[in-house]
Design a protein around this ligand. Structure first.
Ligand SMILES: [Zn+2]
Length: 382
């Protein structure tokens, strides 16, 4: 990662670069910032910068052999430690080095803007808590006692040092205090008070500020979001880039569910020609299980909203614009005559999607049920 791909944080980056230019990089740094502030991304970019052979404009070049390896999070002198726990493939004695493939994949997928929950989900550790453990500490000590393979600095990055357990930290006290020559240890943490005092006292602290609304909005716009939407998301995301992305993804999903659902109901409403409906069923059969479930859940929400509209509780419907108009108009056709059956048809479908039913058969069956139910509702409305 280069500094130029970091969102915001220019003041911090300047401070780190100035430290390097003035030849006073601490052995052990602590970058402390909330989730979504980009502390890990800054740490990785700094490590890449330290070892770049052709630094330009106070950034790494992104192209030298060292940078190319850093960009893939796979350089022999870059060492990562992070919380782990047992999962389906590692059933005992978990430690970071056993999960490096998963780690690099997760980092790449998210451009190093990651979260603890997201990581645990990626690892599939269930409800277990992840830790940085004694085995990690032992391995690190062994590794940094060797000479650097191909670069000036050995760089060590601990992500979520908040999750380092006491036996690991006891092992590392001396290393953090005085790492071997040309070793830079970068600790990334979220909550100062959750760090073991023995760990935090050994590092030079750099605070990673929350992102500003402007940082988030500009980045969203850069990635193709409309300016007005970007601003709204930035306001909701409280300086957390991860949250901004999540809101954006949810909004996109809701929008696509809305469009699909409206199209589907129109096709189910007094169909003259079933070929369009059949085509729709084929399309929805191909979108994958998670999206099908999300589509069906959207349908359940639509029915719920119709009930609210029909009982003078329309103000509780959490929709706006086109979606709200649609839900108002639709509510006259979803009524006592069909709402219960419609609800259970969608619910049943959801249940079967979950259990890997044949999507083509399932959706064509469901569509014909909907045609009948909408006809019932329309008759009742008259
Ligand atoms: Zn370079």
């Amino acid at each position: 990662m280069q500094f130029k791909s970091i969102i915001g944080q220019q003041t911090l980056i300047d401070k780190l670069v100035t430290g390097y230019n003035e030849n006073r990089v601490a052995h052990t740094l602590l970058l402390l910032g909330n989730e979504g502030s980009g502390a890990l991304a800054v740490g990785i970019a700094f490590a890449q910068f330290l070892n770049c052979a052709h630094k330009i404009n106070n950034d790494s070049c992104g192209e030298c052999p060292s940078c190319i390896k850093y960009e893939k999070f796979a350089h022999p002198d870059l060492h990562f430690y992070f919380p782990t726990a047992t999962n389906q493939s590692i059933k005992k004695d978990p430690k970071s080095s056993l999960f490096l493939n998963e780690w690099r994949e997760y980092l790449s997928d998210n451009n190093a803007y990651i979260s603890q929950n997201g990581w645990y989900e990626h690892l599939g550790i269930g409800n277990k808590q992840g830790y940085i453990r004694k085995d990690d500490a032992n391995e690190l000590i062994g590794r940094i006692s060797l000479k650097a393979y191909e670069s000036k600095f050995k760089t060590v990055i601990f992500w979520m040092v908040d999750r380092m357990n006491e036996s690991a930290s006891n092992k590392l006290l001396k290393t953090l205090e005085e790492p071997p020559d040309n070793t830079v240890i970068i600790l990334i943490g979220e909550k100062y008070e959750q760090l073991l005092p023995t760990v935090r006292s050994r590092a030079q602290l750099f605070k990673v500020a929350k992102l500003t609304d402007n940082d988030i909005a500009s980045q969203l716009i850069k990635e193709g979001t409309e300016a007005l939407v970007a601003r709204d998301i930035a306001l909701l995301s409280n300086g957390n880039w991860n949250l901004a992305k999540e809101i954006l993804n949810n909004a996109e999903e809701t929008q696509s569910n809305f469009i699909n659902f409206r199209k589907w109901l129109r096709l189910c409403f007094q169909p003259k020609d079933y070929s369009e409906l059949i085509k729709f069923n084929q399309e929805i059969s191909k979108i994958g299980r998670e999206k099908q479930k999300s589509f069906l859940n959207y349908g359940l929400e639509v029915i719920h909203n119709s009930i609210l509209h029909n009982h003078n509780n329309g103000s509780k419907v959490k929709k706006a614009g086109e979606e709200l108009d649609f839900s108002k108009k639709l509510s006259q056709f979803i009524n006592e005559a069909n709402q219960t059956d419609m609800y259970s048809a969608l619910n049943q479908a959801n249940y079967h999607v979950e259990r890997n039913a044949h999507a083509g058969i399932l959706f064509s069956d469901l569509s014909f049920t909907m045609v009948d139910l909408i006809a019932k509702g329309s008759k009742f409305a008259k």
